[in-house]
Write a protein that binds this ligand. Structure first.
Ligand SMILES: Nc1ncnc2c1ncn2[C@@H]1O[C@H](COP(=O)(O)OP(=O)(O)O)[C@@H](O)[C@H]1O
Ligand SMILES: [Mg+2]
Length: 301
């Protein structure tokens, strides 16, 4: 089930997650029987510079927690219990001040609003740089560069509050990329967007990869569609555990088996799996459009 190709033998990878366990603090500190489950459990994997890792999992599988652990907010801001380590280069994210981790790891949140203070687009992009104490002259240059790279130049003087969801995520990515992160982490950035907004985000992620090819991109999603198409590898989380790691194509092959083990799969994969069981067919759909096309052909409609 796991990918057999190990591309991490020779060099040390940029991101190294080693037997990571993380549990949130109890909701009620006086609760005699607090929830002892790990939000992330025994997670190990590495991500290289330039790689795009898609992280798939249903609600509650640990995607957001993983993003917080990557930039040290878990456990430094969330408190709770951590075992194991997350390394970004030589920085250990549980010991390095969050502001220093933030220079390496940029995080874009799921709700576009959580990324902003309610300023104009250019001020939002400049804000993070001011926090990192970048020089004024360089801030201007980087804001121009990031807005151009993400195709947000025309939004420059607009108030973020008035932007569409897709535009907001575009600006959030601009603000993050302006900090020149080695790792760009996007936590389910398309969850609240319509198809046009989703396409916008994927286009911007592609632009970042083209213009800064050394950036590692880690993008989570509850829906495989936005990541299956572009990711180099996919990690599937279930109950905070790694249940699959491999290429998108290997994922599509593995999904029916994951489904049998109770790991939720996207509808198009479930459809193929059920058809194959019930009708003894051999369907394998790459995505919902492919499913629709093959079904049309099958029924000659
Ligand atoms: N702030 C929190 N306090 C306590 N438990 C949390 C908190 N945030 C998330 N959890 C729990 O951690 C687990 C993983 O959640 P999360 O990382 O948000 O998953 P996802 O992003 O995949 O939906 C879930 O069981 C969730 O209920
Ligand atoms: Mg989440």
């Amino acid at each position: 089930m796991e990918s057999t190709t190990n591309r991490h033998d020779a060099a040390v990878s940029l991101v190294r997650i080693e037997q990571l366990h993380y549990r949130y603090p109890p909701f009620d500190p006086n609760d005699p029987n607090p929830d002892q489950r790990w939000a992330l459990e025994d997670l190990s994997l590495e991500v290289e510079a330039g790689e795009f890792l898609g992280v798939l999992g249903t609600t509650g599988s640990g995607k957001s927690t993983l993003c917080l652990a990557l930039n040290g907010l878990a456990p430094q801001q969330t408190s709770g219990t951590i075992r194991g380590d997350v390394w970004i280069g030589e920085l250990n994210t549980k010991r390095t001040p969050v502001i220093d981790v933030a220079r390496r790891v940029g995080l874009v949140f799921q709700e576009p609003e959580s990324n902003f203070l309610g300023l104009t687009v250019e001020d939002e992009v400049a804000f993070g740089l001011e926090n990192l104490a970048v020089e004024i002259g360089e801030i201007e240059e980087r804001v121009d560069w990031a807005l151009k790279l993400t195709g947000a130049e025309t939004l420059r003087s607009r108030s973020v509050a008035r932007l569409s969801g897709g535009q907001k995520q575009r600006v959030a990515i601009a603000a993050t990329v302006a900090m020149l992160p080695a790792v760009l982490v996007l936590d389910d950035p398309t969850a609240e967007l319509d198809p046009a907004g989703t396409a916008e985000v994927l286009e911007v992620v592609q632009a970042v990869r083209t213009r800064r090819p050394e950036t590692a991109v880690i993008m989570t999603s509850g829906d495989p569609a936005p990541i299956v198409a572009g990711a180099d590898r996919m990690l599937v989380l279930d109950g905070g555990r790694r249940v699959f790691l491999g290429t998108p194509s290997e994922y599509i092959d593995a999904a029916p088996e994951l489904l049998e083990r109770g790991v939720a799969a996207p509808p198009f994969i479930e459809l193929a799996s059920r058809l194959n069981q019930a009708a003894d067919t051999q369907f394998r759909f790459d995505d919902p459009d492919d499913a629709a096309q093959q079904m049309r052909r099958f029924f000659s409609i």
